[in-house]
Design a protein around this ligand. Structure first.
Ligand SMILES: C[S@@+](CC[C@H](N)C(=O)[O-])C[C@H]1O[C@@H](n2cnc3c(N)ncnc32)[C@H](O)[C@@H]1O
Length: 208
């Protein structure tokens, strides 16, 4: 039974929609169940209250599922259909679908729900403007988790669009002066990916 989670659909750019759906069709491995970002279990406290989390570009929801199982109500947003269907399936299997709101939407025009979040996650995705916008929705004491690819000389995929790669020198200013970076680590990407790439996991805590 995978119909329990409603999917809210809002304005989408055709090119991103087609590009990502094609990518998921070509590489079904991307739809498989995968481990969440390890910084989540290391840094984010489990909750018993209705704390909220936002998973930006959630894909098939490895981080959404992890946060929902820790007690968060998660708003999960992505533009592609297949991974969101997988997320529904996984959430039903884990019996945590009541904790997840799925939005099929283009993040370029997505209206952030009128709420505050304890945790915002952006993983394997980088949109600097969206970081600036969403960090304002985080409550004091809450966290922004960024876990994404960096611009590193050791990367094997040399034709990557550098705009989507995080640069070490921009990290300090990325979250503004209301956040403190409490964890930062560089590591090699997960083995299921085709190329060796370097990534950075950052935990920024809102302090004011
Ligand atoms: C590399 S995947 C990362 C998925 C997930 N965050 C993870 O770490 O497993 C990037 C995701 O961004 C989504 N995406 C790309 N452009 C988007 C857009 N404009 N609006 C919403 N989602 C988008 C894709 O559909 C894809 O699921």
């Amino acid at each position: 039974m995978i119909t329990s989670i409603s999917m809210r659909v809002s304005g989408m750019s055709k090119s991103d929609y087609e590009k990502w759906n094609r990518k998921y069709q070509k590489n079904e491995k991307l739809l498989q169940r995968r481990e969440p970002s390890s910084v989540i279990s290391q840094y984010i406290p489990a909750v018993t209250t209705n704390k909220r989390a936002l998973d930006i570009a959630c894909g098939s929801g490895r981080n959404t599922l992890c946060l929902a199982s820790m007690g968060y109500m998660v708003d999960a947003v992505d533009i592609a259909l297949q991974p969101l269907q997988k997320l529904k399936e996984f959430a039903n299997d884990d019996k945590i679908y009541d904790n997840i709101n799925i939005y099929m939407a283009d993040l370029d025009s997505f209206e952030i729900p009128d709420t505050t979040y304890s945790v915002v996650v952006m993983a394997n995705y980088l949109d600097r403007d969206l970081i600036t916008k969403t960090r304002e929705y985080i409550e004091i004491g809450g966290y922004f988790i960024l876990d994404t690819y960096i611009d590193d000389i050791r990367n094997e995929k040399i034709d990557s669009n550098k705009e989507y790669l995080l640069k070490e020198k921009e990290v300090a200013s990325l979250f503004g002066d209301k956040f403190e970076i409490v964890y930062k680590s560089t590591y090699q990407n997960e083995s299921y990916e085709l190329y060796r790439m370097f990534k950075m996991a950052i935990v920024a805590k809102r302090i004011r």
